[in-house]
Each structure stands twice: as C-alpha cells, then as structure tokens.
Design a protein around this ligand. Structure first.
Ligand code: CA
Length: 225
C-alpha cells in the first residue's frame, strides 16, 4: 500500500517514514498542504496521514479540498492536542479517523489498517482467492494447507493484487502502489517480484492464480485458462 505522509516537523516525518517503510508501506512525505494536494493529483494513494498543524494551508483545509475534489482516499488526521474541537473539525472536514499526538506507533498502524479496511469495505483481516489466503495482520499467506512466508515487498505486491482481483493491473499501477518515489523506473522490478511470488504461491499448485496479460500487465484470478 502506498501512503502519503503530510507533516512539517521533519523529525516526526522521518520517524513516520522509517517506521511505515519497515512495515512494508510505500511512503512519500511532503511538508505542507499545497504539496499534499499536488501529489494526490499525481499519485493514487491508499491512505493519507495528515497533520493538522501545517504552515499555510492546514490539515482541515487540505482534507476539505480533497473531499471537494471527490477523493475518497482514507485520511488519518494527526491532531496536536486532545481538543474536542480539533477532533470534530477533523471529522467534519472529511477525515476518516484521527490520532492525538503523541501517539504510540502501534496505534497509528492499527488505525491505518482500520481506515484502509473500511475503504475496501470489509471487516476481515484475510483476503481470499480460491485456496489462497493472505492475512493482512501477520503478512503471511497460505495456499491450501501450505503456509507461505513472504518478504515485505512480496507481501505488498500480493496484497495489491488480491485487493484488485480479476482486474488487469499495469506495471505502472503496480509499481505506484508497491514502491514509492525512490523507485526508479527500472522496468523489470515488477516482473522480478511477480516471478518471486509465482514461485511461492503458484509453482506447486494446479491452478495458477497470477496471470500475465500480454502487453498490459498482470492480474490475479481464479478463472482457469
Ligand atoms: Ca505539524
């Protein structure tokens, strides 16, 4: 999943970036509200972590503008103090949830999982396709009875595919959700990771789930071909 972190305090921003990357998110960081709005036009994020107190345009205003543009990207707002007005303003401006600073990183992760789950309209922590299950909490997969360990990037890639079953995803779409801007357009990184994933989930199985769509990209589907 790809996240945008909007936070002007550099230390907090880099702490969040590091921590979220360790958890396997692709993360971009911006330091003010206008950049946040620009970037959300360019990139389709899975969620936005948005600080309220920003120079210039504040978090409330950014969120209102996003919603006015029709964006439904989940927004988790960071409020500086436990003021009722801030929380009310945040939710009124269209945020999905808020977190009061200082917060425990674990709680941020839990709330991110919750807002992105809400977005995909499901309460379960498992994604399923045929006999393949992906647990979004433990980041492990299971194919039939076989438990499969995944690296962080493999997990992210499989999660993105499984959240979009039966949909052809271009290499660019995949790269944008699984890698962040540090990702240089090395044309074959997606193919390389698809190969890793296939080795783990498809090689030993009768039904191959990950399919190549020539000239377009990849899709995951339980249709037999
Ligand atoms: Ca701030």
């Amino acid at each position: 999943m790809r996240l945008l972190v909007v936070e002007d305090e550099r230390q907090i921003a880099s702490f969040l970036e590091r921590g979220l990357k360790e958890e396997g998110y692709a993360v971009d960081v911006v330091y003010n509200g206008n950049d946040a709005l620009d970037w959300t036009v360019a990139v389709e994020y899975d969620a936005i972590v948005l600080d309220v107190l920003l120079p210039g345009r504040d978090g409330f205003s950014v969120c209102r503008e996003l919603r006015a543009r029709g964006s439904t990207t989940p927004v988790l707002m960071l409020t500086a103090r436990d003021a009722v007005d801030d929380r009310v303003n945040g939710l009124d401006s269209g945020a999905d949830d808020y977190l009061v600073k200082p917060f425990a990183f674990k709680e941020l992760l839990a709330r991110l999982r919750a807002v992105t789950r809400r977005q995909s309209d499901s309460r379960t922590t498992d994604l399923r396709l045929a006999d393949l299950t992906l647990n979004t909490l433990t980041h492990t997969a299971q194919r039939g009875e076989r438990r499969i360990e995944l690296t962080t990037k493999e997990y992210n890639l499989l999660e993105f595919l499984m959240r979009n079953p039966n949909r052809v995803l271009s290499r660019t779409q995949i790269a944008e959700h699984v890698w962040n801007l540090d990702f240089v357009a090395e044309s074959n990184v997606v193919d390389v990771y698809i190969r890793y994933l296939r080795r783990k989930i498809d090689d030993d199985a009768g039904l191959k789930l990950i399919k190549t769509v020539r000239g377009s990209g990849y899709l995951i589907s339980d249709a037999s071909d």
